[in-house]
Design a binder for this molecule. Structure first.
Ligand code: ADP
Length: 411
């Protein structure tokens, strides 16, 4: 093809097209190209016209391209080249650059020509790569962020658990402190109650002792021995009354501190009670008698002697105290169903029905006691002793008729 002819066709082409446009014949010879193609591939028009289109491909694709070209000439139709794979072109300098190519064909009077529209996509690829990289970095960052977030959540969760545990412990120790404070307060109340009760209860026996001693002094002068002994007896009664009160307080204190423990030992119940009643005869009123029925056959039972004695002293001394002169106090012992049952029954003033549910409470005294001395602690102590022995205590009482206490102790 002549230069004049080329120029003619060339004039009709898009000089300003940004795509490189190359026209080749069925042999692959380049017969036309626009300025963009020259710029893209680095060849002048003259150089282009000496080239075959296959030479614009990288070496490794050239032989394949010959077949593609021949096939296209046999089936010419507009289409894009190399769909789904990366295409590369060869620059004059030998450097490869990525391209996008679409093919079309024109027919002139002599032959069919193929028009290739070439776009240099190096810049776009670079941007795509940068975008891809940025995307990957973003993905990485977001993965790390979500990992961090997860770790943070786990930390928050474990800290929350630790905090909850701490709060729980704090609440528990607060409860303990509150309980200890309450106990301390109770103990203080008890002690002040103790002092006021003690000073009140001590007053009468002490006054009795004082008056009896001064009267006895007078009777010494007159040598009235009988009266002296009467007053000495009163002194003895008052002293034993004081001892009772003191014992009550001491027992209560020990019970409160949990010092008293259960130490069972083989014991002859009958012997123990006979001894105890003998001793308690000293506190009976005129004409009062103990009537003891034993059904244990003096069998040895396992029992804490000290606790058992204290229990009985309390119950028997109440029976004496709340009964008038000449009354009988019945004591019964039996062993039944692996339990030692003890009954203490009197014919005394009884316990008013309205007081019966409270008499085991500390300092509680029924309203029919008149001026009979007491602290309201004895039965409370008895109840605590019974608990230590894993036993049980019940009572039946009729005001004006008498009272019957029954204790059951496992042996
Ligand atoms: P105290 O005898 O020192 O008052 P207790 O705790 O031994 O204290 O008894 C509590 C109360 O129960 C007594 O004040 C009394 O009202 C009543 N009580 C206890 N035993 C008897 C009894 N055998 N007969 C009548 N009342 C009794």
């Amino acid at each position: 093809m002549t230069k004049e002819r080329n120029d003619k066709i060339y004039e009709g082409m898009f000089v300003d097209a940004t795509e490189g446009i190359l026209v080749s014949n069925h042999k692959g010879q380049i017969i036309l190209c626009n300025p963009s193609a020259q710029k893209m591939f680095g060849y002048t028009l003259e150089e282009f016209l000496t080239l075959n289109i296959d030479q614009l491909m990288p070496m490794r694709f050239q032989s394949q391209h010959v077949h593609h070209r021949e096939w296209y000439f046999a089936n010419p139709m507009p289409r894009s080249m190399g769909k789904g794979r990366d295409l590369y072109a060869n620059h004059k300098s030998g450097e490869e650059f990525p391209v996008e190519i679409s093919l079309s064909h024109v027919k002139n009077e002599e032959e069919t020509l193929v028009v290739a529209f070439v776009i240099d996509i190096a810049e776009r690829k670079k941007k795509d790569n940068q975008l891809k990289k940025a995307n990957e970095m973003l993905k990485k960052a977001s993965f790390q962020l979500s990992k961090l977030n997860q770790e943070l959540e786990q930390k928050v969760q474990s800290r929350t658990l630790e905090l909850a545990e701490m709060i729980k412990k704090l609440t528990e120790s607060k409860k303990e402190v509150d309980l200890a404070l309450e106990k301390e307060k109770e103990l203080n109340d008890l002690k002040s109650r103790f002092i006021s009760t003690a000073s009140h209860e001590f007053r009468t026996p002490l006054a009795t002792i004082l008056s009896s001693v001064s009267l006895a002094g007078k009777y010494v002068e007159k040598n009235e021995l009988e009266k002296i002994f009467k007053h000495l007896d009163r002194v003895k009664d008052s002293v034993s009354n004081l001892t009772d009160i003191l014992n009550d307080f001491l027992s209560l204190d020990k019970l409160e501190e949990g010092i008293i423990k259960h130490h069972p030992e083989p014991t002859h119940v009958y012997d123990l009670i006979v001894d105890l009643l003998e001793m308690m005869k000293g506190v009976t009123k005129t004409g009062q008698v103990f009537n003891y029925h034993d059904e244990t056959s003096n069998e040895k039972v396992f029992i804490d002697v000290r606790i058992f004695r204290n229990l009985l002293i309390n119950l028997v001394s109440n029976a004496v105290k709340y009964s008038e002169e000449n009354k009988t106090i019945i004591i019964k012992t039996e062993i039944k169903n692996k339990k030692l049952n003890v009954l203490v029954q009197d014919e005394g003033i009884g316990i008013p029905y309205e007081d019966q549910s409270n008499i085991f409470e500390r300092f509680y005294r029924a309203n029919n006691i008149g001026n009979i001395q007491g602290t309201g602690l004895g039965l409370n102590i008895v109840k605590k002793y019974i608990e230590i022995l894993n036993g049980n205590i019940t009572f039946v009482s009729e005001p004006g008729v008498g009272t019957r206490f029954l204790i059951e102790i496992p042996i």
